[in-house]
Design a protein around this ligand. Structure first.
Ligand code: NAD
Length: 459
């Protein structure tokens, strides 16, 4: 195992020397990262295909291309985002000026998962570098080819004094978590999220936890069911359902489910052909353990599409299960695979009640054109985000903070939020010594303090 303390000490020395602070350095790092993504895109396509059977188009759309877009957006706006923001000063403190400046935190740790192994390692890094920090990246050991490639190429492009990649599994992550960082950004499951937060607590290190959960879909008969089914199927079966914001299950009335089931089956054929096993656009399950876990969920309802598996390939067909009981096993934990249960409910009241009963999801999708239904869903449920008439694409809008709430996580990033999450928002107040207006509110408290207090209380 790599000796971790000297690596972190080296990064801290680099941060303390001030090299990461100038805007020019930050921009240069982002440009270098962009070059790496463009020049190494074919190699990343291959690695992602080895790890997840990821189709090259999805590797570009959701990993390299996504990251290039995030970098371009950051480069375009960084100067403005970093500019100190003027703040108002109440009369009682005047004359004075106040502003909020963004201060880099120091050395940050990014722990990434396997499902979008490149995007989820580097999107936080973009924010960390843009905010002027040094960083350690810990890619997921389960997406091994991507981890190896990242560890090879990242140091060829970035300033190795300030960025390090530490590969490995639990042992390495545990050793990393024994170090003191200034922020820990973890993406993955809630069980490990708790381990990360407990380790961070020892040093009072702030954390961002990007977790998962069961993201529900509500659909009613005010929308075009065929078009909605295509969007639901695309969002669910991309990356073989191994997407943190994938629709986990559908809630619909029986009348809507009657139309939705065949529409989803039809959409699957449209997207992946009659035999998704042989489609170049359909991925595979990350490993045997997850394959086995998913295989046990296939008889939890009436199979209306898919249901086939191939253990040698870790293939699970895009599957739709109808008539799934709300308390079925498949409805307990996040599915994180290509199985879409439909739970038939009496109506929107029952759907909202079902959602409220569970943990707060990372995303909630509602396919409805009914303004009242939209309003009720917004007001009566809590989730990391809501999309109407679409799914998963909100994370492609960099001005929308992306993150969870409750069990689906804490803190949000992308775009400006990424820069702020890796910064301390430091207030700076400056006041002339003369005129000495503060004297009025200093002891011995007398008439002038009384007048000020009366004025403060509005009397
Ligand atoms: P994973 O198994 O790759 O784990 C994530 C990271 O935690 C890895 O780097 C791993 O080495 C480390 N780790 C694992 N066990 C550890 C331990 N005991 N101690 C310390 N570190 C440990 O990924 P995963 O958790 O299986 O990822 C899937 C989950 O992540 C799903 O729940 C999904 O919804 C969630 N997720 C969330 C987002 C988001 O942006 N909110 C994105 C992707 C995935």
């Amino acid at each position: 195992m790599v000796e971790i303390p000297p690596v972190v000490a080296g990064l801290r020395a680099a941060f303390d020397s001030g090299i990461t602070r100038p805007l020019a350095w930050r921009r240069e790092q982002l440009r270098a990262l962009r070059r790496m993504l463009v020049e190494c895109a074919p190699e990343f396509d291959l690695a992602l295909n080895e790890d997840l059977g990821k189709p090259p188009a999805e590797a570009r759309l959701a990993e390299t291309g996504f990251l290039v877009g995030e970098i371009d957006h950051t480069l375009r706006h960084l100067k403005r985002w970093l500019a100190p923001r003027r703040a108002g000063v109440p009369l009682i403190l005047q004359p004075a000026s106040a502003r909020v400046m963004l201060e880099p935190l120091g050395v940050v740790l990014v722990i990434a998962p396997w499902n979008y192994p490149l995007q989820l390692a580097l999107a936080p890094l973009i924010g960390a570098l843009a905010a002027g920090n040094a960083a350690v990246i810990k890619p997921s050991e389960l997406a091994l080819s991507t981890s190896v490639l990242l560890a090879k190429v990242l140091p060829q492009y970035l300033d190795t004094r300030a960025v390090a990649v530490i590969e490995g599994a639990v042992e390495e992550t545990t050793a990393l978590l024994e170090q003191r960082f200034d922020h820990i950004f973890y993406t993955g499951n809630g069980r490990v999220g708790r381990v990360v937060m407990a380790a961070a607590a020892k040093n009072l290190t702030p954390v961002t936890l990007e977790l998962g959960g069961k993201s529900p879909v509500w659909i009613d008969d005010s929308v075009d069911i065929e078009a909605a089914a295509r969007r639901i199927a695309w969002a669910k079966f991309m990356n073989c359902g191994q997407t943190c914001v994938a629709p986990d299950y559908v809630l619909a009335t029986s009348a809507v489910a009657e139309k939705l089931s065949p529409a989803l089956a039809h959409a699957i054929v449209e997207l992946y052909g009659a035999d998704p096993w042989s489609s170049h656009d359909y991925g595979r399950i990350i490993n045997a353990r997850h394959f086995q876990r998913l295989a046990t969920l296939l008889d939890e309802g009436r199979v209306v599409a898919g249901g086939q598996t191939d253990a040698t390939q870790r293939y699970v067909a895009p599957t739709v299960l109808d008539y799934v009981a709300p308390d079925a096993f498949v409805m307990r934990d996040e599915i994180f695979g290509p199985i879409l249960p439909i739970v038939r409910v009496a109506g929107l009241d029952a759907a909202i009640a079902h959602i409220r009963k569970g943990d707060k999801p990372l995303a909630l999708y509602a396919f409805t054109n009914d303004a009242d239904a939209r309003e009720r869903i917004e007001q009566e449920t809590s989730s990391g985000a809501i999309c109407f008439n679409t799914a998963i694409v909100h994370l492609g809008a960099p001005d929308l903070p992306f993150g969870g709430v409750g069990e689906s996580g804490m803190g949000a990033y992308h775009g400006r939020s990424s820069v702020e999450i890796f910064s301390h928002l430091k207030p700076v107040l400056s006041k002339p010594l003369w005129p000495d207006t503060l004297r009025m509110i200093m002891p011995p408290y007398g008439k002038s303090a009384e007048r000020v207090i009366r004025w403060m209380m509005g009397r």
